[in-house]
Each structure stands twice: as C-alpha cells, then as structure tokens.
Design a protein around this ligand. Structure first.
Ligand code: IFM
Length: 447
C-alpha cells in the first residue's frame, strides 16, 4: 500500500538543548538543574552528563549540513534558558542569543524551517534555588525569558513551543529520576499549575510581540484503555487518563482540570488564582504531540498516589524498543483521532516519535537499523490513516536527529537517525536516515 502526504506536510527531526549542545559552561552560560543533577552521584547511567554531549554547540554547521542532505523541511530544537539568562532573569547573555541566531540563520540558509521549544527541562539553577516550578514567580520569569526570545528570533522562527512535556518536569518534583530530583507531592502539584500558567503567559506575550511565527505547546500523550470493562479498571483508566493526558490537555483547551484529578487530589491541588484558568487557555495555533506509548490500565489496591493505584499493561504481542517501550503505532492513530473528535480538530504536529535501538557502526561503515525503519514506517502509515480520516496533522518531527544524552539513561540509549561516536563526535547516517530522506523526497512511502 502507498501512503502519500500533502505537499505542505513538514517532515522534520527534533532535538533538545541539554541533550546535544554540550558547551555546558561556555560563553557565559549559567547552570541548569540538569547540570546540577547529572553531576550528582548515581543519578544517570554511568555518571554521564551533558557537559559535552554531541558538541552541537560547536558542530551546529555540520549538523545543519546533515539536515540539508536528508532534505528535512523543518528542525525542532530547544533553547537553553540559562544560556540566555544565566540567572534565569535579569541580565541577558548576548553570546547565548548569538548562538541561536547563528543556528537559525544556518537553517534558513539551508531552506529548513526553525521550530523552537522554549523549555525542554533545563531550568536555570538560581530559579530552582528560589523554589523552582512550584514557586509561582517562575511563571513570570518564564514569560520574561520568552519575550527576550521573541524579540531576538521573532523574524526567523516559524513555530514556537512553550513547554516540552510538562508532565516530565512535574516528575522531577515527585520522583528522584529526573532533575531537580525532589520528591514532594505538594511541590509536584504546584509545579504542574505554575508550568501551565507560565505557558499561558508566554503565549500572551507572543501575541503582544512582533514575532512572525505561530505558537503552541508540546504534550506527550499516551494511548490508554481499560484492561477490561470491570468498574474498577474503568475507574483506574479514567484516573490514569486524567493524570497522564487530560491534566495538561484539558486546561490548555479551556476545559479546566479534569474532574477525576480534582476528586483524587481534592484539597491537595494547588490553589488556583482568579484568572489562572483563563490565562492557561490562551488560544494556540497548533498542538505538538509527542507519541511513544500505549497501555491497558488495571486497578491496583490503592496506594498513596494516583500513579500507584493502577498498573500499566503493555498491549499484547507488541515488540519492545531498547527502552523497554512497546511498539504501538495504532495508538498514534487513536490519539490523533481523539484530538480531532474530542478537542475540535486542532492543527497538530507530531513533535516527537521514534525509538531507541542498539545501533552500532558495522565493519562496512553502515548502521543497519532496520527495526527503526519498520517502526517509523508503521507510525507514518498510522499518521497517514489519521489524515485520511480528517485529522489536521501538519508535520512530523522524528525523535531524534542524532543519538544524544537520554537523561537518566545517559548515552546508553540511541534514538538518532544519525549515529554519534561520542569519543570523536563523528556522525554517521544510519540506514533509517537514508530511508527517511527518500520518504521526504517522495513525500510518501510504500508499506
Ligand atoms: O529524549 C526524550 C525527549 O527529551 C523528550 N521526549 C521523550 C524522548 C525519549 O525519551
């Protein structure tokens, strides 16, 4: 079967600052919570840090040349807040701005549309020291930082995303696995609310700016269903869906917090100030969807937290990626269709989708990642099917352009279309990259 995409469909790839840039304390960059966290003992696999990462800060021109060779139409990167405002607020670091100006100029020169994420998890450490995301002031500082970026790159950037996967930032206040590594339910609940208020303030600031592009948020949504139709499992599914998907989706679409969440947390929910829900519900131009997983939800004897009251089961028969995540392309179709049916069919970009695979450069110099080709082909086909069913999907950013620092897993997981040899920094196009380049050239694929 042949799947053809529309002429304007934007094929791209995505990365994030801390995962690829390196140059952790160069040219006036401040420290982020991930710099601090990764340097603590036992936080990342092998004690890996993003100090050097893919050295993209110095090799960005080579990386843009690779994107051009692949024929990418768009590139999604993130801006390191502490490179721009080392203290998180106040004095702007011109050299930080210069780097992103060089990057976006190179992209435009190569005919690639820049899509910038303002926050992909690297909060300036001084703001964390002042309370971090649980502190309401952080929302205002985020909007101020966003304003600096709209002024600096408003002419160049096509698409802006305020936050990447707020649920993961919240996780950093609830569990030890990601920065800042705090473990407090009230802090996590407050962080979730401040993040959403910050998102709304940043969208408002965008509308008031002269920037020419469009704006939205990136949410990672899971395809969930009850393990069976027993009342306990259906209730567990509703809670899990509220916690994983609707906690962020509903308020940005003007529906407030889901009832299942309010019922579960009750008084513990962070206080909502007067106009907060209105601020959060600013009209967006598109939604960014990061898709990786589907689960069947089964109730568990109640634990202290919403998360421990249910268990996630993998869809039967699914293969596993190197992260241990099930391969479930049907879930992408189902989520896209849900956005159409339940959220008014907003313009959507798949802002991340891809898989970790155990990739090695073979003796002949190639990286034979057929599993990734199969994975992407199946997900592209699911996206094509969703478009045929009326979903307003505008583009697709594969995660990731290149192998990079996979947070707590360090460099042990490879998500890239391009292989990175970390000791030398050498880049090698994997077979999936060559295949993707043909998909882009033909604007379609046979499956
Ligand atoms: O590497 C991450 C990325 O930073 C956010 N979304 C999921 C990816 C894979 O885990």
């Amino acid at each position: 079967m042949h799947v053809q995409f529309g002429e304007d469909f934007l094929w791209g790839a995505a990365t994030a600052a801390y995962q690829i840039e390196g140059a952790a304390s160069e040219d006036g960059k401040g420290i982020s919570i991930w710099d601090t966290f990764a340097h603590k003992a036992w936080r990342t696999a092998g004690g890996d840090t993003g100090d050097v990462a893919c050295d993209h800060y110095h090799r960005y021109a080579e990386d843009v040349a690779i994107m051009k060779e692949l024929g990418l139409k768009a590139y999604r990167f993130s801006i390191a807040w502490p490179r721009i405002l080392p203290d998180g607020k106040g004095k702007v670091n011109q050299k930080g701005l210069d780097f992103y100006k060089r990057l976006t100029d190179a992209l435009l020169e190569a005919g690639i549309k820049p899509f910038a994420t303002l926050y992909h998890w690297d909060l300036p450490q001084p703001l964390e020291d002042a309370g971090g995301w649980p502190n309401r002031d952080t929302a205002g500082h985020f909007a101020d930082y966003a304003r600096v970026m709209y002024d600096a790159l408003g002419e160049s950037v096509d698409g802006w995303f305020t936050l990447n996967e707020p649920i993961c930032t919240v996780g950093g206040y609830r569990s030890g696995w990601s920065a800042p590594g705090r473990n407090s339910l009230p802090d996590a609940l407050a962080a979730a609310h401040t993040l959403l208020v910050g998102h709304g303030m940043a969208v408002k600031a965008f509308r008031a700016s002269q920037a020419r592009g469009k704006i939205g948020i990136v949410l990672n949504l899971d395809d969930l269903e009850p393990a069976d139709d027993s009342p306990a499992n259906v209730a567990a599914y509703q809670r899990e869906d509220a916690c994983t998907n609707r906690w962020y989706l509903d308020p940005v679409f003007g529906r407030g917090y889901p009832e299942a969440l309010l019922n579960w947390y009750g008084k513990e929910m962070c206080p909502v100030h007067n106009c907060d829900m209105e601020t959060i519900a600013q009209e967006m131009d598109f939604l960014g969807l990061n898709y990786y997983a589907g689960h069947r939800i089964q109730a568990m004897p109640q634990g202290g937290d919403l998360k421990t009251a249910s268990e996630k089961l993998r869809a039967e028969g699914t293969e596993l990626t190197d992260m241990g995540w099930g391969v479930w392309p049907e879930g992408l179709y189902r989520i896209l269709t849900r956005l159409k049916d339940e959220y008014g069919n907003p313009p959507v970009y798949v802002t991340e989708n891809g898989m970790a695979n155990h990739d090695e450069v073979g003796a002949d110099g190639t990286v034979n990642d057929t599993a990734r080709i199969d994975y992407l082909a199946a997900h592209f086909a699911a996206a094509g099917r969703a478009i045929a069913g009326g979903v307003d999907l505008r583009g697709y950013f594969v995660w990731s352009l290149m192998d990079n620092f996979e947070w707590a897993w360090g460099y042990s997981k490879r998500f890239g279309l391009v292989h990175v040899d970390y000791p030398t920094g050498r880049r090698t196009l994997k077979e999936s990259a060559k295949w993707y380049s043909r998909v882009i050239a033909e604007n379609g694929l046979d499956i």
